[in-house]
Design a protein around this ligand. Structure first.
Ligand code: CP
Length: 344
């Protein structure tokens, strides 16, 4: 099969870094990335391989390639973010794009401008790619019906956070290789977590076995023990559900802790934070039940002492900082793949 060269950005006055080669991106036809619910194993493989090539670019003395030179990326965030927004900005700049950040606070949204008028305005000023985070599930889907530019979902309500799941899969694969048959335990507030939902889809595409662990009140409807099953099958791949954290973690290859999403939570779902921490915190004792060397992950931001103990968060098994670093390469990969599709 032929391979495609990703040309380097010549360093001004410095040595020219070697070109890198990526495998052909067979089957990549997406102009938007909204969720992983229809992601194929082939697409997952394509993103992983491309992210590996981007990681190599980021390791260069001049970590730049001009793949998106002349393109404009606008991030539009209606919710707070540190990792996602910073890594998308770095990813876009590493690919040579112009990147502009717009936060709803401080924008004309505060004067009453609607989401649709806002995105049409950003398209009119030249956006080729709109990367958006919004508190309402489905907002990026609505936006795709009103703009021609590419849209990437950087988190919508409880629904999806696809690039987080892609960087999580990338990080797992970097340590474990093939994920088929690996036991990945996600512990915490599953009900309100867009990270959990996208990871369920992403890990299914990667062939992993997913175990969800939470108190019944923090499991999605239709997954709670003793509850009558939903009339319609749940629109999620098959997962194991376990409300006892010790049983869930036993034999795990990966333990991913999630924070309590208080901003999306109704009151009364938990007796107290202290009780939750007693029953569900990922502690050293509980982690000892996992496979030796099991990875500890967290999408961030962490509330240490609640869903994860400080000792576990900073342990040698923790790959939390790696997840963040890999976010840049994975987001470069997604932008690059789109560039070879709709943007080119
Ligand atoms: N994981 C994640 O989405 O982090 P931020 O909210 O900081 O972007």
């Amino acid at each position: 099969m032929s391979r495609e060269r990703l040309s380097p950005e010549p360093a001004s006055g410095g040595p020219v870094a070697p070109a890198i080669e990526t495998k052909p991106r067979a089957g990549w036809t997406r102009s938007h990335l909204l969720d992983l619910d229809d992601f194929t194993p082939g697409e997952m493989e394509t993103v992983m391989e491309t992210a590996g090539a981007m990681k190599e670019v980021l390791g260069r003395e001049v970590p730049r390639v001009p793949a998106l030179r002349g393109k404009t990326i606008i991030t539009l965030f209606y919710e707070a973010s540190t990792r996602t927004r910073a890594s998308f900005e770095l990813a876009g700049k590493a690919l040579g794009a112009d990147v502009i950040n717009v936060a709803a606070g401080g924008s004309s949204v505060e004067k009453g401008e609607s989401l649709i008028d806002t995105v049409r305005t950003l398209q009119a000023v030249g956006a080729d790619v709109l990367i958006m985070r919004h508190p309402s599930s489905g907002a990026p889907y609505l936006v795709t019906r009103h703009v021609e530019c590419s849209v990437i979902n950087a988190g919508d309500g409880w629904h999806a956070h696809p690039t987080q799941a892609l960087l999580d899969v990338y990080t797992m694969r970097a340590h474990l290789g093939e994920l088929r048959g690996r036991r990945v335990v996600i512990v915490g507030d599953i009900a309100h977590s867009r990270v959990a939902r996208s990871n369920i889809w992403g890990l299914a595409a990667a062939g992993a076995e997913v175990v969800l662990c939470a108190p019944p009140t923090l499991l999605p409807a239709g997954m709670r023990p003793g509850e009558p099953g939903p009339e319609e099958p749940l629109a999620l791949p098959r997962v194991e559900v376990e409300t006892n954290i010790e049983r869930a973690i036993a034999g795990a290859d990966v333990v991913m802790a999630l924070r309590l999403q208080k901003e999306r939570m109704q009151s009364g779902l938990l007796p107290s934070i202290r009780e939750y921490a007693t029953l569900y915190q990922v502690t050293e004792q509980r982690l000892a039940l996992a496979r030796p060397g099991a990875l500890v992950m967290h999408p961030g931001p962490m509330n240490e002492g609640v869903e994860i103990s400080p000792a576990v968060a900073r342990s040698l098994q923790s790959v939390v900082d790696e997840q963040v670093a890999n976010g840049v390469a994975v987001r470069m990969a997604v932008l690059y793949l789109m560039a070879r599709g709709k943007l080119s």
